[in-house]
Design a protein around this ligand. Structure first.
Ligand code: PMP
Length: 295
């Protein structure tokens, strides 16, 4: 594809259309109410990483909100691959969105007979390299993660206002990410990433019941841990455990594995990306180059 002449092609409700034509109705309940679910997926070196896991999570999110995708996961996988092929992308970020679809101004989902299915495959906007070599400065914010008794943070829903409020707090103090606590004061996750810390040979992350998304990168890191001599553990913890950790890092599809070197003005470990974190970064990058569904 010549990026100057060929428009980005977007999958929308059964068709591939140029970017300019890929528009949704103002009556779409994804737009009006944030009623819908989504996934952010990566393709590396001509293969889509952990595609089945992303699809499984999408269908679990949809099931939880009684949203009928009206297409099998197998067919949707094919549409993701077709969209990547149409744009001749080998390394890409894919945003797969399923909204409740077009209804009326009321919030009743029964007014929306057809879901809106959108697949955007585009080049990846990577974090600047210095974030990986220097590490991130992050803060704990006052916005608490949604209570799972009100809205499960494990539904990857289109309504991200809870996370956005936390991100605004991080922006206001000039750092890239915010650590969100749950209502009990335990660490849940960041606005778009999961969080880990390392003490000795223990690699610790909050359980999903604490309000952490069942992150796909999180699960990769936990799988890789034993090969690096680390014991992965899900455990409730507070900011104190982070302040006194030897190393800390975040995980996410867009961020991959990214070191954290300051939390709430406390230096973590030596103040440089930790040796174990760097090993995990390398192991994760190796995995992304080896695995995946061929485009
Ligand atoms: N938590 C939140 C709130 C997220 O939005 C994301 C990104 N999807 C993650 C964690 C990381 O999950 P994953 O590794 O599956 O991208």
């Amino acid at each position: 594809m010549n990026p100057k002449t060929s428009p980005l092609m977007i999958y929308m409700n059964g068709r591939l259309v140029p970017k300019e034509e890929a528009v949704v109705s103002v009556f779409d309940h994804g737009f009006l109410y944030g009623d819908g679910v989504f996934e952010g997926i990566r393709a590396y070196n001509g293969r889509v990483f952990r595609l089945q896991e992303h699809m499984d999570r999408l269908y679990r999110s949809a099931r939880a909100i009684i949203l009928d995708i009206k297409m099998s996961p197998e067919d949707l996988i094919q549409k993701v691959l077709e969209t990547l092929r149409a744009n001749q992308l080998r390394d890409a970020y894919v945003r797969l969105v399923v909204s409740r679809g077009t209804g009326d101004l009321g919030l009743d989902p029964r007014k929306c007979p057809e879901p809106t299915i959108i697949i955007i495959a585009d080049k990846i906007a990577l974090y600047p390299e210095e974030c990986y070599s220097v590490g991130l400065d992050v803060v704990t914010v006052s916005t608490r993660r949604n209570s799972s008794q009100a809205l499960s943070p494990n539904i990857k829903a289109l309504n991200y206002l809870n996370n956005i409020l936390a991100k605004i707090e991080a922006n206001l103090v000039g750092v890239r990410e915010a650590i969100m606590l749950n209502l009990e004061g335990f660490v849940a996750e960041c606005t778009g990433d999961n969080i880990f810390y390392i003490k000795g040979d223990r690699l610790i992350t909050p359980p999903t019941t604490a309000g952490a998304l069942d992150g796909i990168t999180r699960n990769c890191v936990m799988e890789l841990a034993p090969s690096l001599g680390l014991k992965a553990e899900e455990k409730l913890f507070t900011p104190y455990d982070l302040y006194t950790a030897e190393e800390s890092f975040l995980t996410g599809t867009a961020a991959e594995v990214i070191p954290v070197i300051r939390i709430d003005s406390r230096t973590i470990g030596s103040g440089k990306p930790g040796a174990k974190t760097q090993k995990l970064i390398r192991a994760f990058r190796d995995l992304t180059q080896k695995e995946g569904v061929p485009i």
